[in-house]
Design a protein around this ligand. Sequence first.
Ligand code: SF4
Length: 150
Amino acid sequence: MIIISSCLLGLNTKYNGKSNFNEKFLKLLKDKIAIPFCPEQAGGLSTPRSPAEIQGGDGFDVLMGKARVITKDGEDVTEKYIKGAEEALKLARIYGIEKAVLKSKSPSCGCGKIYDGTFSNKLVNGVGVTTALFLKNGIEVICSDEFLNK
Ligand code: SF4
C-alpha cells in the first residue's frame, strides 16, 4: 500500500482547480494499493487557491523554521503546509505505509526539484514540505516524474 498525491489520479485538488492526471497512476488505484491524499487541502487551503512557493530554502528548511511558504499574492501559508504534511504523516501511520508517490515540483509534494520561490518558473534542488516530513520519518518518496519514466 502506498500514499499518492491525489491530483495524479485525476482529482481536481491542484491550486488551479485542475489535476495532473495520468493513466499510469490510475492503474495503481485499480490495483487497490494507492491511497490518494492532498496535503494542501488537508492543511486547510481552498481549491482553487493562489499558487505558492517556498522562499528561503526547501521543505526541510520550512520544518526547521528557516524558510516560509508564500503565495503569489504574498500570503504566508507556512502553517497550513506544515499542518497538511502532519496530516499526511498521520495517514501513513494509520495504515503503516512506508512508501509514497508524490507530485514532482510541488511545494508540498515535490521531490528532487521545486520552484525557487520567485514565481518565475525556475527550479532548484529541494523537496516540498510533505516530502520532507515523510523522508524525516523513514517513508520512501518516489517522484511522479521518476515513476512515469520507469
Ligand atoms: S498538494 Fe500535492 S496532492 Fe495536492 S494538488 Fe498539490 S501536488 Fe497534488
